[in-house]
Design a protein around this ligand. Sequence first.
Ligand SMILES: [Fe+2]
Length: 212
Amino acid sequence: MESHYPFALPPLPYPYDALEPDIDAKTLCFHHDKHFAAYVDNLNKLLEPYPSYHSWSLEQLCQNWRDLPDEIRQGVRNNAGGVFNHDLYFRTLRTLPPSAPQPPLDGAVRRVFGGTDGLKTALKSAALSVFGSGWACLCTDKDGNLSIQKVANQDTVLPLTPLLCCDVWEHAYYLQYQNRRGDYFDAWWRLIDWPQVSEHYARILQSRPPIP
Ligand SMILES: [Fe+2]
């Protein structure tokens, strides 16, 4: 993502039909080209008359929306969060072959969840229990401690770092899965780009300041 206003829609990193049959082309096309694009456009429209916020990063906007003027506060909260969450969502999926967590993430997953199956169970339980629209995320803090977090609407898990976010808004799955959120979760799980997620986690561990 750009570091600040004006934000641009990142291109989908694979063809629309690349995730079939788990996520079909129509769902992916609407999700990326309509929903994700709308968050980007709305965020830019909200910020356009407020040059003093044009240097704010997306993360700053997501975390400090309470400091914004009344008339754009809630809009920026919703749309900056929508941009941040969707950017990660599309970047962490991939086409076949299926993959698995790699070191050092695999060790952390074993310690916290007992293994990849345990992580899947915990994350699925979180995804199914989001009431209404929101996200279920695998997160890490600066020290590499993993946790699962749920957020409503387009709130983010910041200042934690999300490694993976399952979008459980109905727009992410209803065209293909109707009300079967669990089936959609299983499909999403099969598509996770674990090498990329593992690399992200490794970079976070490497960026820790040395222990004095
Ligand atoms: Fe979405």
